[in-house]
Ligand binder design. Structure first.
Ligand code: DGT
Ligand code: CA
Ligand code: CA
Ligand code: ZN
Length: 586
């Protein structure tokens, strides 16, 4: 097991101990150990092999034994026994938003509730509201949480869907009977959340392609299998549909199965208005619904179908019936941003707060990826749960980063780390750091991490206040949502966007696949007001640099071009932009 896997087990143990009502210090010890392991600068197996774990602060003999067992055998008997000692329904309840181990234990002890179904019934019977520490509001929240969890269960993050889809698509591409193939549906449109993975292929031997597809690794179950269609359930719980058509039918089928449904309806109406018919089999010269090949308007590509309907090509990400058809009628669409246009991420964390690598390691890794810069914007002091920095530690960090940059310069590298902070916007709208400290930093992101249940007016005012601070470059993850986990807090997007426009403040497109925040639906409005976007990884570890690619996909859904996104600029031009808002007050 690697560091992250070991840390995950330790965190789970902490939660289970809490669920059992064990001494809180015991579960805190596991949490601390998890964090220590995650941020260990040496390879874990080396430390284990040399029996040096117990030398590390916070790891005693008992923990050393357990971690050693995990690393060497990949399992831990203690953890297995602990899991077996708790009704599985209680563990499942942990997924319900707003329910933590303490509350679940109370529900179990007081009312004997062991399953989510029993909990739902108890809420409906009004039995929860009367419990000490619960009340009407909590009862309603739990019920809503249960319903939401049910709705979430059949949806998947686009990152997870891509990870499952890419090997399947690769395999199809290598299959000799396949002529063309692609993803379709919401995945091709790069929606933030996906129902299922739609795949399309063209072939003269559809049955062979179906056979090949259904025998791929990673398939839990073949749900349906015919001569030209198959549905499978993939490991991880995502369903995937493959359709195989003749190559002549490929483009209309791709257009149709890419959707969205609303975009398709608008396209079909457009065809009808021109005395044509558009369906999954093609574009036909007909006033009635048909698939008669004699009436077919031959189109080899999607571009040709758009052209025959008097439209410029619409990239899949824009096919959401949000005005793209009217735009494509007027002229070529703007050239949307590509992820390779991005030169670095401005919002990221290091071991100084809750990140997993040190600035020095990060600089090396991001430079090797070919990026031009990388912002280190750790949390501010109020985010104590994320090990936020006080001003003294920020100034220490500034020195460390200056020395890393000096070394880079000496080595002739053009790559630079940028100093910064993700400063908390406090409950009352004030920032967690004074202006003089913010003025010393290259990049200042202001984000909300607390008091999510304020009114829309309060939250909006908090965000506008932050935008009005001359040292705040951008607002981070605007709505605080966690896709499939936590709903956004309420805010007036228009008012915040307008305040950003007035003050010259940028808005982040947080590219973490659970966030994609600000939502893509608001970017055309922000763009119309002249508000710039910054696509940030909010990376806490190396691998998350890859979020840039996902974030660019969402930016494309928001109709953004390279010019709309600040971190497409090279270092020098970026530094100049970072100085502009501040220059207004000097
Ligand atoms: P999802 O799977 O819920 O994330 O969303 P989609 O958009 O992938 O929807 P899905 O998988 O039900 O259908 C795939 C495509 O087929 C969809 O993007 C557009 C097309 N489609 C599905 N149902 C209809 C429909 O009733 N009318 C039209 N015009 N097109 C449809
Ligand atoms: Ca789909
Ligand atoms: Ca589907
Ligand atoms: Zn944050």
């Amino acid at each position: 097991m690697n560091k992250d896997q070991v840390a995950e087990v330790l965190v789970n143990i902490a939660t289970l101990l809490e669920l059992k009502g064990e001494n809180p210090f015991k579960s805190r010890a596991y949490l601390n150990a998890a964090r220590t392991i995650e941020t260990l600068s040496e390879p874990l197996d080396k430390v284990v092999a040399e029996a040096r774990l117990a030398d590390i602060k916070g790891i005693g003999d008992a923990l050393q034994q357990k971690i050693t067992e995990l690393v060497t055998t990949g399992k831990l008997q203690y953890y297995e026994d602990l899991k077996a000692s708790i009704p599985p329904g209680l563990v499942a309840m942990l997924d319900i938003p707003g329910l933590g181990p303490k509350k679940i234990k109370a529900l179990h002890d007081e009312l004997g509730i062991k399953t989510v179904e029993q909990l739902e019934q108890a809420c409906k019977d009004g039995k929860i509201a009367g419990l000490k520490g619960f009340g009407e509001k909590t009862q309603a929240n739990i019920l809503e949480g249960i319903n939401r969890r049910r709705a979430y269960a059949s949806r998947h993050l686009v990152s997870d869907a891509l990870q499952r889809a890419e090997p399947l698509l690769e395999a199809l591409r290598s299959q000799p009977d396949v002529i063309r193939c692609s993803t379709a549906g919401s995945l091709r449109r790069h929606r933030e959340v996906i129902g299922d993975i739609d795949l399309l292929a063209s072939s003269k031997q559809p049955a062979e392609v179906i056979e090949f597809f259904t025998s791929q690794p990673g398939i839990l179950k073949v749900l349906a299998k015919g001569g030209t269609k198959a549905s499978v359930l993939l490991e991880g719980g995502i369903q995937s549909d493959l359709r195989v058509v003749s190559d002549a039918d490929y483009s209309p089928a791709l257009l149709y199965f890419t959707g969205s449904k609303e975009h398709n309806i608008a396209m079909r109406q457009r065809a009808i208005d021109r005395g044509l018919r558009l369906n999954e089999y093609g574009l036909f010269r007909s006033k009635e619904e048909t698939r008669d090949p004699k009436l077919l308007v031959k189109c080899k590509t999607e571009e040709e179908i758009f052209e025959k309907l008097g439209l410029h090509y619409i990239p899949p990400e824009m096919r959401e019936d949000m005005g793209e058809i009217a735009l494509a009628e007027k002229g070529p669409l703007p050239r949307l941003i590509e992820w390779t246009d991005l030169k670095g991420s401005l919002h990221n964390h290091s071991t100084w707060s809750d990140g997993h690598q040190r600035p020095e390691e990060i600089a090396k890794a991001m430079c090797e990826l070919g990026l031009a810069y990388w912002g280190i914007t750790d949390h501010s002091k109020s985010s104590f749960q994320a090990n936020g920095l006080d001003p003294a530690r920020v100034r220490q960090q500034l020195k460390e980063i200056a020395s890393i940059n000096a070394t880079l310069a000496k080595e002739g590298s053009d790559f630079r780390l940028l100093t910064g902070t993700e400063v908390d916007i406090l409950k009352d709208g004030k920032l967690d750091f004074p202006d003089d400290l913010l003025a010393e930093l290259d990049v200042v992101i202001a984000s909300i991490h607390t008091s999510f249940s304020q009114t829309e007016a309060e939250t909006t005012q908090r965000l506008i206040g932050a935008a009005q601070n001359p040292y705040v470059h951008m607002l981070g993850h605007l709505t605080g949502r966690l896709l499939l986990e936590r709903e956004p807090y309420k805010l007036d997007h228009r008012a915040v966007i307008e305040a950003c426009a007035e003050t010259g403040t940028w808005i982040e497109l947080n590219a973490h696949p659970m966030r994609f925040d600000m939502d893509w639906r608001w970017w055309p409005y922000a763009k119309s007001k002249g508000v710039k976007c910054v696509i940030n990884c909010d990376a806490h570890r190396f691998g998350e640099a890859g979020f840039l690619r996902l974030g660019a996909g969402i930016a494309r859904k928001g109709w953004l071009t390279k010019e709309d996104v600040v971190n497409t600029l090279p270092l020098k031009a970026l530094m100049k932009e970072l100085g502009k808002k501040r220059a207004r007050v000097r």
